[in-house]
Design a protein around this ligand. Structure first.
Ligand SMILES: *[C@@H]1O[C@H](CO)[C@@H](O)[C@H](O)[C@H]1NC(C)=O
Ligand SMILES: *[C@@H]1O[C@H](CO)[C@@H](O)[C@H](O)[C@H]1NC(C)=O
Length: 598
């Protein structure tokens, strides 16, 4: 690649040895999220060479795992990212990924056009491929890129596949003869374009979660959609048609792909009202009450709704999940066939997400399970449940990732957008808004108020000391029984595999030795998790007050949650003693201030 070669030569010419060392003496690692970095020259960045190397490693590993690799093939999708300075783009990196495999005789399903991320796991399952990758940087800053890997079950890879692939990458770092040969994409007879077939079958499968087509065709409600300069526009338009809707009104400035994301500071719809500015103004002009925003690779969804007081409510991930959970279950009940058993029905969420689905499940008699943070855990678990004859209606993570139905075993912003529209349409026929229905849900199943934030800590030894102290609180091998004035009912330590609520004291979640995560369930209904971030120098906390339905004094609940968090910080994190720095509130998820009951 002449551009990246030139970058390195310039650094050399200018004697920029430190920068050269940073770029060339460090290799980006391959984790369960696949390959992830900024685009640019050097082994620690994503570029032609590092993508070829990682694909060669994947080829080696998949060849070992699947004797029928060369019959079943491999799926490659990409978003609309691009960078002029390194001439890297998602499309080019996708073509190189394909070339490496084609040269080795593997059939490749390379989409002829950019697609939403969920289309790749969907295609892997539909086409019976052994695996697939999506080249995307999702909602990250514009220089970022990643090669996200899906296994044959349609879920993101989990350990130990990542470590095994990394080993294989290191064993074959030198590009093979034809690995650079992009022309193979145009000439190889092993090339397939799955676009038409996958789009048609995805839209057909969407109808499995469409329950009120007739209402959709008749509604006067208007919707605005923004695709944040990414891939979402056409696919969301088609999804609305599949549900019988008029297509949503697109935000013209943001509907077409733009790798520079010219109209938003940061292409993350989770940032709330500020990044939704153009959509909200357009919606006001058009008289649309609901705005749906897919992130640039359309795997996540934000929703805003105009309230009677003229203000917009931007829902948090946890609030949307309460609505989706209620909706998917209500639809299931209406359409349940004779003999279907509610005990066979499941919903899932990650441990750091709201427990609202658990409250709904308890009352309605279906099953709720939580998984480790990250959709890869949800995807894998859902697949197991389906294989065992269970019915899974919905799953989510608080960072606005939703899985409605089981056509795609990953978060999917396209299906979530159209399900939101159907839910709003149905509620509208009852004179209700989404926000009013959310309050109804809280009244029936109990209020759920959550708050998330983090501390910065650059010293791994300090982090270790903080968590070890909690494991040896007062005496060796014992966890705290209270936090200030708040009694603790149960402790789950995912790092060591301990769970005081289980008869054998063993956590049912996979042990996660390389990161710290302890969850405390308090007597008063609060659930709080302290957790380190795998990739950033952070100690995060997630706290939620889960109140019983009869407890409706919101001000009191909020005050109690605030006090409990203060106690948690003071007694368990000891910020001044440990030199922790208060972080910014996380985008979304934080301060999910509920609407007043009035
Ligand atoms: C690329 O592959 C094609 C088809 O196998 C071959 O004809 C061509 O010579 C190759 N190009 C290079 C530069 O190796
Ligand atoms: C309703 O139930 C029938 C029979 O079980 C099923 O075939 C159909 O897909 C369901 N419809 C929806 C929209 O879920």
């Amino acid at each position: 690649n002449p551009k990246t070669k030139e970058q390195i030569e310039n650094l050399l010419r200018n004697g920029r040895n430190k920068e050269l060392r940073d770029r060339l003496c460090r290799r980006l690692t391959f984790g369960t999220a696949g390959l992830r970095s900024a685009m640019g020259a050097g082994f620690c960045y994503i570029n032609d060479l590092t993508v070829i190397q990682s694909t060669q490693g994947m080829y080696k590993y998949l060849e070992k795992c699947f004797p029928d690799f060369k019959q079943r093939g491999f799926v490659v999708g990409y978003d609309t990212r691009g960078q002029v300075t390194s001439s890297c783009s998602s499309l080019r990196l996708a073509k190189l990924t394909a070339a490496v495999l084609l040269a080795k005789g593997v059939p490749v399903y390379l989409f002829s056009r950019y697609v939403p991320t969920p289309f790749v796991p969907y295609a892997v399952q539909q086409l019976g491929a052994v695996a697939g990758v999506m080249i995307t940087a999702s909602h990250n800053r514009k220089a970022a890129s990643s090669q996200k890997v899906y296994w044959e079950n349609g879920a993101q890879i989990t350990s130990p596949h990542d470590k095994e692939i990394l080993k294989c990458i290191e064993e074959c770092a030198e590009p093979w003869d034809d690995s650079w040969n992009e022309t193979l994409v145009d000439t190889s007879t092993l090339m397939r374009d799955p676009l038409q077939k996958i789009c048609a079958s995805y839209m057909e499968d969407l109808k499995k979660i469409c329950h009120h087509r007739k209402l959709n065709t008749q509604t006067n409600l208007k919707f605005v959609h923004t695709s944040f300069h990414g891939v979402g526009h056409d696919y969301v338009q088609s999804a609305f048609r599949a549900f019988g809707f008029q297509p949503p009104i697109p935000v013209p400035e943001q509907k077409d792909p733009d790798p520079d994301f010219s109209t938003v500071k940061c292409p993350n719809p989770e940032e709330g009202e500020s990044v939704l500015e153009l959509s909200l103004r357009l919606a006001e002009k058009e008289g649309a009450r609901v705005v749906v925003a897919t992130d640039p690779d359309a795997d996540r969804l934000a929703v805003a709704e105009l309230q009677d007081n003229g203000r917009w409510k931007v829902f948090t991930g946890n609030e949307l999940a309460a609505l989706f959970g209620w909706w998917m279950f209500t639809c299931w009940q209406e359409n349940r066939s004779k003999g279907s058993d509610v005990k066979n029905v499941y919903m899932l969420a990650t441990t750091v997400s709201s427990k609202i689905l658990k409250a709904i499940a308890l009352k309605e008699g279906f099953q709720f399970e939580d998984t480790l943070p990250g959709f890869k855990w949800i995807g894998g678990r859902v697949k197991d449940l389906l294989d065992n004859g269970k019915e899974v209606l919905f799953a989510f993570e608080e960072s606005i990732g939703f899985m409605c139905g089981t056509s795609v075993l990953d978060k999917d912003g396209v299906s979530a957008a159209v399900v939101t529209a159907e839910m709003a349409t149905f509620l509208d026929t009852k004179g209700q808004t989404l926000a009013q229905q959310l309050m109804e849900i809280y009244k029936i199943y109990g209020h759920h108020i959550s708050k998330t934030s983090y501390f910065l800590c650059y010293d791994p030894a300090t982090i270790k000391r903080i968590f070890e102290r909690l494991r040896n609180f007062g005496s060796p091998n014992s966890y705290p029984e209270c936090c200030g004035a708040y009694s603790i009912l149960h402790v789950r330590d995912v790092t060591t595999g301990y769970d005081s609520s289980q008869p054998n004291k063993k956590s049912v979640l996979p042990v996660s030795k390389n990161s710290q995560m302890i969850t405390f369930t308090f007597q008063n209904g609060c659930v709080a998790t302290l957790r380190t971030s795998g990739t950033e120098p952070k100690i995060k906390y997630y706290a939620e007050m889960c109140a019983p339905p009869e407890q409706s004094d919101l001000a009191f609940l909020e005050e109690d949650l605030r006090k409990l968090i203060d106690a948690l910080i003071e007694h368990f994190l000891e910020p001044s003693k440990n030199g922790l720095v208060w972080g910014d509130p996380l985008p979304g998820g934080h301060d999910s201030v509920p609407l007043s009951a009035a």
